[in-house]
Design a protein around this ligand. Sequence first.
Ligand SMILES: Cc1ncc(COP(=O)(O)O)c(C=O)c1O
Length: 381
Amino acid sequence: MSWQIPLFDPDFDEREEEAVASVIRSKWLTMGERTSRFEARFAEFCGSRHALAVSNCTAALHLALMALGIGPGDEVIVPALTFVATANAVRYCGATPVFADVSSLDEWNLSAASIEPLLTDHSRAIIVVHYAGYPCDMPGITALARQRGIPVVEDVAHAPGASLEGRAMGAWGDVGCFSFFSNKNMTTGEGGMVTTDRDDLAELLRRTRSHGMTTLTLERHKGHAFSYDVVELGYNYRMSELNAALGLCQLERLPESNRRRAAHVARYRELLCAIPGLQVPFSRSRGEPAFHIMPVLLPTGANRVAIMQAMKEAGVQTSIHYRPVDSFSAYVAAGLGPSPHVPLTHDIGARTLTLPLFPSMNDAQVEHVCASLSLALSAQN
Ligand SMILES: Cc1ncc(COP(=O)(O)O)c(C=O)c1O
């Protein structure tokens, strides 16, 4: 299907092409000097002491929870309004995800108030997601976590480049986990990054992303080491040099890409507020968002599938972010859903619709999306 206006469209040019070609010419394809450079620039960009490149954000979340010692019998607070990977990572560790609700129908993020009633003696961590790129109330959430003596993991998949009070998202919690999947604000195809200020966690994360080994292939290639030990159970969650080369280019573009996203969202908001019954969340966002996706809340009773079909006929791709994680069959079968604690998330899950958003969009495209949505909705009245 070739969409007139796709949901997302990555921003690449000859810089990315040349970067990938130069990796191939170099003949060094796995975690090497480009990966180290990407990590150093990313750490600087986030203001974190450490940044470790990994194969994707799911791996980043898994490593983060393992490094924090999460295991069977432990509970980890997670949003239900997220991609399933956030909660799956908790289950990989044998721990139990406990679903917390969004703050309100306007703020689709967890808050200290939505987390606090769910904390028990078994709570061992909180994972927050900066949904759609809008920063969570990190001062409130980290204060609550400190008071209870538990760590905070930030799932920053939607929010690279977002900040609050001058501090980057991903640098507020104990660990930040980023995604560079194809639809993200910066992409390497598949890829991720873990950020932390804690030296103890960084050391563990560095080893467990590569089988628990004490030296790397690159170090042995350079003659800096001849052998290695395996000192804990690790994984192969490494990043390739091809991905890192793309990441270096994409990181450079990110501030400008995010500025363009912000301008499109501002225009969307102007146009969408004229559509009766439609709500656009995050009317009072905090900090500097990264504007990853453009969600709206349809009026109660609207036929979402019919709207998506009508917009498809107008050449506009739409999506749903997200079906609440606790409603998936695998979660219900495991006794982890449906959760009675997330009524707002269930309402949002039934009514949300995601509109196209990408840096190279133009005003006419934003106008066409809004006109097609308006038409589809008025056809139902
Ligand atoms: C909120 C959130 N968390 C985690 C992930 C998983 O990222 P990855 O595909 O890099 O594993 C995604 C990806 O879509 C996401 O949106």
